[in-house]
Design a protein around this ligand. Structure first.
Ligand SMILES: Nc1ncnc2c1ncn2[C@@H]1O[C@H](COP(=O)(O)OP(=O)(O)O)[C@@H](O)[C@H]1O
Ligand SMILES: Cc1ncsc1CCOP(=O)(O)O
Ligand SMILES: [Mg+2]
Length: 267
């Protein structure tokens, strides 16, 4: 379909002019997320301090905010960065890691949602809970199938006027009107910590490249993960070898292979 042609071009456009992506992510994800974004061809910076997060957002092409290892100081930095991104008309992506687990996280996500993220990316349990449903998530891990989160994603997209991506075996993305499914990846992916967080950062990179096309940008990032993940998964023996093979597959992925291998369908 049409999307499959556009995503290869978007990958090339991103690599031709690598965007600076401010990633406010968690302690677990910082290293792998930076490597993932670099391998794909963009320029990550893990900058979260309240004293500089807003100033940095003003010079970045996009911002991503992930609440995985939240603290009061980090939340202050997140709010300043999101306000600055909004003031500069820059896209920003919210990853509401385990937001259902504690009152602190729930309150933080409520404040961040008021700042109108361009894109929300989460696993199925996170998206179901964010829409007000009963999720079976345990800590940072999903225990719900993506199909069960699709209606929640549509509701959230309409309620907050944003794109919502639900990831899992087959990903689902919607802006409330249009929706896409992206198949691929590998069962090793949920066994490697912080790959979802890394994907959120890559969504930011594509959003910086196509700031007026948040749905296409999100689909492109998810398709890159799906194709590189599938490639790495075929030769990996376990999560360890999957991890380095995945980085190599991301770096070696070219436009033609992406367009040929991506399995995107209208939903
Ligand atoms: N069982 C699976 N098979 C194939 N790909 C998967 C599977 N589970 C997750 N993925 C992929 O792993 C990446 C991270 O998604 P996910 O595990 O849902 O996020 P999180 O780490 O935030 O829980 C996405 O690219 C998703 O498509
Ligand atoms: C294990 C863990 N604990 C707090 S954040 C985090 C990483 C979660 O990563 P992901 O959401 O990509 O699985
Ligand atoms: Mg996650």
């Amino acid at each position: 379909m049409q999307d499959q042609i556009k995503i290869g071009r978007l990958l090339d456009t991103m690599r031709a002019n690598p965007p600076l992506v401010q990633c406010i992510t968690n302690f677990v994800a910082m290293n792998i997320a930076a490597n993932v974004v670099l391998a794909a061809g963009a320029s990550p910076a893990m900058v979260h301090a309240e004293e500089e997060a807003g100033e940095f957002a003003a010079i970045s092409g996009a911002l991503t905010i992930n609440i995985g290892t939240l603290s009061t100081g980090w939340l202050a930095g997140m709010l300043k960065a999101a306000q600055s991104a909004n003031a500069g008309g820059k896209p920003w992506v919210l990853d509401p890691v385990a937001h259902y687990a504690t009152a602190f996280r729930r309150n933080a996500v409520a404040q961040l949602l008021e700042l109108r993220p361009t894109i929300i990316r989460g696993n199925a349990s996170e998206i179901i809970a964010l829409a007000g449903g009963a999720s079976r998530g345990q800590g940072v891990d999903s225990r719900d199938p993506v199909e069960q989160a699709e209606e929640s994603a549509r509701q959230l997209a309409e309620r907050h006027g944003c794109v919502v991506a639900v990831t899992g075996i087959t990903d689902f993305v919607t802006d409330g009107q249009k929706a896409r499914r992206i198949a691929g990846g590998s069962p090793f992916m949920p066994q490697v910590t912080a790959l979802g967080c890394s994907l959120t950062c890559l969504v930011g990179a594509f959003a910086a490249t196509a700031p007026d096309a948040a749905l296409d940008a999100t689909v492109a990032a998810l398709a890159v993960f799906a194709v590189a993940g599938e490639q790495a998964g075929t030769s990996a023996n376990g999560p360890g070898s999957f991890s380095w093979r995945f980085l190599d597959a991301l770096a070696n992925l070219d436009r033609e292979t992406l367009d040929r291998e991506a399995r995107i369908s209208a939903a």
